[in-house]
Design a protein around this ligand. Structure first.
Ligand code: F6R
Length: 241
């Protein structure tokens, strides 16, 4: 695993966008799994800008969602689906057939999980995963204590995730369960990039990078990834040895 430290959020985001762009150029039909959330916002804005100025063709890429809040419809702006549509799929003109998203309203969530597992298998695996890290060390909705041998699954959200997750919603929203790709799928991806920005992520990133690898801090598992890269800005790296 490599660790890269950048002076600020802007340069971190530029580098993360370059990695995605490089992936798409080297394999136009790549399967990408890109997180929602605040951290990758600028990465995606930069990616959209580069895609236009450098005429990059995204028409053959496949996208797979990392996670979703159970019970939240895609029209709700706090949903991961809304975020991905707004920041990536619409500006990059990604067609519905190119993306695999969790239906968080499904009455058969087990089937939703299997649907995602199958989509990943049929694409020959995930080429690139870009993830953020939760304040409790989660990746996707793999909360502290998550199994490392799981494909997609339904999870009871940790108290921290329920509380911090309110920031994505315009009004107080009940968040109890999530649906997520599993840590097995994270470890099996051909490349995994974790991005973290700001001093609020400094303590968790110290645990991710310097404590023993443990699912009590699920993101620490990136240290076992053969092609894992952790990208931090200086603030997020401020408590590292
Ligand atoms: C979102 C996701 C979450 C976030 C994490 C960090 O799809 O999977 O794990 O990446 O909670 O969120 P932000 O970037 O908002 O701090």
């Amino acid at each position: 695993m490599d660790t890269e430290i950048f002076p600020d959020y802007q340069t971190l985001s530029e580098r993360a966008a370059d990695v995605i762009l490089h992936q798409v150029r080297s394999k136009p039909d790549a399967m990408l799994c890109l997180a929602a959330g605040d951290t990758p916002r600028l990465t995606y804005a930069r990616l959209v800008q580069l895609a236009a100025t450098e005429a990059v063709d995204f028409s053959k890429c496949r996208f797979v969602a990392l996670d979703e809040w159970i019970g939240i419809p895609p029209e709700n702006e706090g949903s991961c689906a809304f975020f991905l549509h707004k920041h990536l799929f619409a500006p990059l003109a990604i067609s519905p057939g190119q993306s695999h998203l969790f239906d968080a309203l499904s009455s058969d969530l087990d089937r939703e999980c299997k649907k995602m597992d199958r989509a990943i298998q049929q694409a020959g695996g995930i080429d690139l995963m870009l993830v953020g890290v939760g304040m409790n060390g989660h990746i996707g909705f793999n909360e502290p204590g998550a199994r490392t041998d799981s494909d997609a699954y339904v999870v009871t959200l940790d108290e921290t995730t329920r509380r911090v997750g309110q920031k994505y919603f315009t009004q107080e929203t009940a968040l109890q369960y999530g649906i997520t790709l599993g840590l097995k799928q994270f470890l099996e991806s051909r490349m995994a990039v974790l991005i973290a920005s700001g001093s609020k992520k400094a303590d968790v990133m110290k645990r991710v990078l310097e404590d023993p690898i443990s699912t009590s801090t699920p993101a620490s598992i990136i240290r076992k990834h053969p092609r894992g890269v952790v990208m931090l800005d200086r603030d997020a790296a401020s408590t590292l040895q």
